[in-house]
Structures are given as C-alpha cells and as structure tokens.
Design a protein around this ligand. Structure first.
Ligand code: GLU
Length: 484
C-alpha cells in the first residue's frame, strides 16, 4: 500500500510585510514537507479585501523565494487543488454554508455591530467572559422576515453545543477547550465573506492538508475549527502549534523590539541562508548548543516537537554574528553577486568596475563586514577620491614618530623599484630599517595614513590593492593633515 503523502500549507494574509515569526511558520512547514518528502502548499488568505493588498502579496512571494522556501502548489505555480487565493473560492464556501443551513447547524444573526458591542460591555461589567449570548438563535421565521424587511442583512452563526473540545497537538500534547466559553461564532459575515475559521476548514479539507502547523496564537481557533470539521463531516488534519518568537522582554516580537520583517533584514544585508539558519535554530530547534547547520542538515534533523516547544527569544546580534560567518565563508564571486544591490546603492555599479579590482576588494573586506550594507563604508577605503581621515586616525597621525615613518615609506616607494610580489613585506621591512622602529609601532600610523582609519582589513591586502601611486597620493594628504 502506498502511504499517503504529507501535505502542509502556509496560509498568510497579505496585510503587511512578512514578519520573521510568520517566516518561521513557513519554514517549519517547508522543513516538515522536505523532511518527509511531502508537499508544501501556499495559500493566500485574502478575504479581508480592505486589509490585504496586491503589493503585500507580491512582496510576500518575493520574500519566500528570497528565502528559497519554494512552494509545490500555490500562486504562480498552480496545482490541482486551486484556486489558491481564498477570494477566488467564495462559491465553495457558499456551497458548504448551504449544507450547514440545511443541517440546522447554523442560523442567521441580524445583530448590528452596536448591539454586539453593547452586549460585550454588559458582560464585561458583570465580570463575565464576552461572547455571543445567542440573541438570534431562536428567532421564529416571522421574526427573521420582519428583521429582513427592515433591511438587516444576516450573518451566519454556528450553534456551539456545550461540552469540551479535545484534540492532540503534535507539539503541545493533549488540549482541551470548553464550548461554553466560545459562544456561537460567525462563519459567514453579513457581507457574504466567510470568516477565517470557516474558510480555513474548507480549504484545508479540500486541499487535503494532512498537518496544520502554525503559531500557538491559533490554538483557540483550532478548537473552533474542530467543531466545524465535525459539523461538515470532515476528518480533521493533525495539528501542531509552535511557540512564538519573543522579544527580549519575553513579549511577542513586534516592531517596538526593532526590525521584525524579512524585508527589513534583507535591506540591511542579512543573507537568506543566515536568516534561515537563525530561524531554524532559534529556541534550540536543532538541539541544545547547535548553532550552525547547512540547509540539508537542517532538513535532516528537523523535528516538529523540538522545533516548536519553548518560546524563542529573538536576538538580532546573534543573527548578525551568524551572518558574518556566512559572509566570511562565502566565495568571493557569489558574494559579489549578493553585494551587487548594495554596491549600486552605495554608488558603485559592479558592471562598470574593474572586476579584478572588485574581486580583490571584496576578498579583502569579507572578514570585516557583518551585514552586506556595510560594504559601502569599506569600498570607499579603496577609492582615492573618497579618502578622508577620521578623528581617531588624526589622533594617531599626531604621534611623534609618525612623520619619520611616513617619510621612510615615501622614500622607499619613490627611490626603489619594488616587485609586486613582495610589495608589502618589502615596504614594512624597509620602513623598519630606516626608522629603527618595531613593526608594532609602525603599523597603526601606516594604517591611519593610508586608509584614514584605525581599523579595517589586513594592511597587506590593502597595500597590494592600492599600489604605489595610490599610497603616495594618500601619504601626501595625510601629511597635509598633520600640518594642520
Ligand atoms: N491567515 C492566517 C494567518 O496568517 C492563517 C492561520 C493558519 O495557518 O490557519 O494567521
């Protein structure tokens, strides 16, 4: 017998930029599919037409692709379970609504927003949990007619029976909710648009989803959805609710904690691989102490239970540390490609630059840059027109042996022919001989004079990229600076 293939889905509502928390949900679904050889489906939950936008959707697809979380079925890709936009599935929801009406599992509700708000406030003032108390549950046909003739449009509410709703969560174990606390909930609004819970149950069923993996903020929705599965005669999928990403103060990660969207990290120059790696390991998902893993390893080691248990605190500095490692390990040509948009933003068009020069520069600075956008500060260091002396470097240049050191370097460069091969070592050796100073005392003044800064890539690499002419020009400027 062929085992049924696992089918999981990521079902975002495009109402904003992809939050790293949602990206993590997408990642868990994707990893689960890859681990078990299943299928990863992307479904766009766009029934709230006021809040969703095409631009957010386009960005969302772009961000998922950037993270290489490609989907097997969904927008742009198609598939036999489409359409994959909820707004194109309205006729399906209305078929199932009719079934529930015929089975008397739902009833029309004519309450207005104001009436519902008043009920909510009354319950709160009585210290009772706000929920719908069933005002329209037992209306007679003639009462319904009369409300309709008054121009009231009906929403449809599901009749919740008292009693408990139980399910086994693959991450959190056995879960229990009380029907009484839920109250009759809306499945189709008075404008004919289905509620999230109704649409999601029909879609997950029709798309043959086997595992619903999402954040724990959906746990109470799952209880509601289980009632709908029962009423519609559908078998529920397995559920797994993972913990959410938290900020340092252990509250749900939000904008006030700093950058939270995939887009923001991308703009800063975080590599997709670093972000994926970080989101995979967050909260000890790969096992205690494991911090660095290739995507293949991550797929291999992925376990839902381990991935989703404890609240995971988002630490941007750790993400950056990981990013720096990825940059350091990246081969120069790939890095140039990744850097291209950042170079352009900094005013350098890689197509117009001498490629050998660019290769050397990127090779020299890759150990120093933590995020790709830092390239702008570093590449300037190699361009004579951008030469300037920082305050710290100026301080160094005021040292009392500096004039002597720079004079020695100037002499070696102008009085002898130095082979390119031993350029740096010959220069350092000669300056030391001429000044009688130790290497330690001459390196910082040389760095300050030649780069205008007190830190940066290895001086040897800088010298060999700059070459004689450029160094001489800079010495000239540094000297003027000293005279100031
Ligand atoms: N559209 C819902 C959300 O973005 C989907 C939740 C679910 O996975 O069912 O939160």
């Amino acid at each position: 017998m062929m085992s049924r293939k696992y089918r999981v889905r990521f079902a975002p509502s495009p109402t904003g930029d992809l939050h790293v928390g949602n990206a993590r949900t997408a990642l868990f679904n994707w990893l689960f599919a890859k681990h078990y050889g299943g299928r990863f489906i992307l479904r766009i939950e766009d029934t709230d037409q006021e809040r969703t936008s095409r631009i957010f959707e386009r960005n969302l697809l772009e961000d998922l692709k950037w993270l290489s979380l490609y989907w097997d079925e969904g927008p742009e890709k198609g598939g036999e379970f489409g359409p994959y936009h909820q707004i194109e599935r309205l006729p399906l929801y209305s078929t199932y609504l009719k079934k529930l009406i015929a089975d008397e599992r739902v009833y029309p509700c004519y309450c207005t927003e104001e009436e519902l708000e008043a009920e909510r406030l009354t319950l709160l003032s009585m210290k009772m949990m706000p929920r719908y108390m069933g005002e329209c549950r037992n209306l007679t046909d003639s009462e319904r007619k009369s409300l309709e003739t008054k121009g009231r449009n009906a929403a449809f509410r599901f009749k919740v029976k008292p009693g408990s709703i139980e399910f086994d969560d693959l991450i959190r174990g056995s879960m229990k909710f009380e029907g009484e606390a839920i109250g009759d909930f809306i499945i189709v609004r008075s404008n004919g648009i289905p509620s999230y819970n109704f649409a999601v149950v029909i879609d997950d069923h029709l798309m043959e989803i086997t595992h619903v993996i999402r954040g724990e903020d959906h746990l109470s929705n799952t209880a509601i959805q289980i009632l709908l599965y029962g009423a519609l005669g559908f078998t529920p999928p397995s559920f797994a609710h993972h913990s959410l990403i938290l900020g340092r103060d252990r509250s749900k990660l939000s904008k006030r904690h700093g950058s939270v969207s995939v887009r923001e990290f991308r703009k800063k120059g975080i590599l997709p691989k670093a972000l994926l790696n970080y989101l995979s390991l967050l909260g000890g998902s790969l096992g205690e102490g494991k911090e660095f893993a290739s995507l293949d390893e991550i797929i291999d080691m992925f376990s839902l239970e381990r991935a989703g248990k404890s609240g995971a605190i988002f630490d941007e500095s750790k993400l950056k540390w990981l990013n720096a490692m990825y940059i350091r390990d990246c081969d120069v040509e790939t890095l140039i490609e990744l850097l291209t948009p950042f170079l352009k933003k900094a005013g350098y068009d890689p197509d117009l630059l001498d490629h050998t020069w660019l290769h050397q520069v990127v090779d020299a600075v890759k150990d120093n840059i933590v995020t790709l956008n830092e390239i702008s500060g570093y590449i300037d260091m190699f361009v004579d027109e951008k030469y300037h002396v920082s305050r710290e470097a100026a301080e160094i240049l005021r040292g009392n042996t500096v004039a002597e050191i720079l004079k020695a370097l100037h002499e070696v460069l102008t009085q002898s022919e130095i082979s390119r091969k031993n350029f740096y070592s010959t220069l350092i050796h000669s300056v030391r001989e001429k000044t009688g100073l130790k290497a330690k005392s001459i390196l910082m003044p040389l760095r300050a004079a030649v780069t205008g800064r007190t830190s940066g890539p290895e001086l040897e690499k800088i010298f060999s990229i700059l070459g004689k002419e450029s160094i001489l020009k800079r010495l000239e400027q540094a000297r003027q600076f000293m005279e100031m």
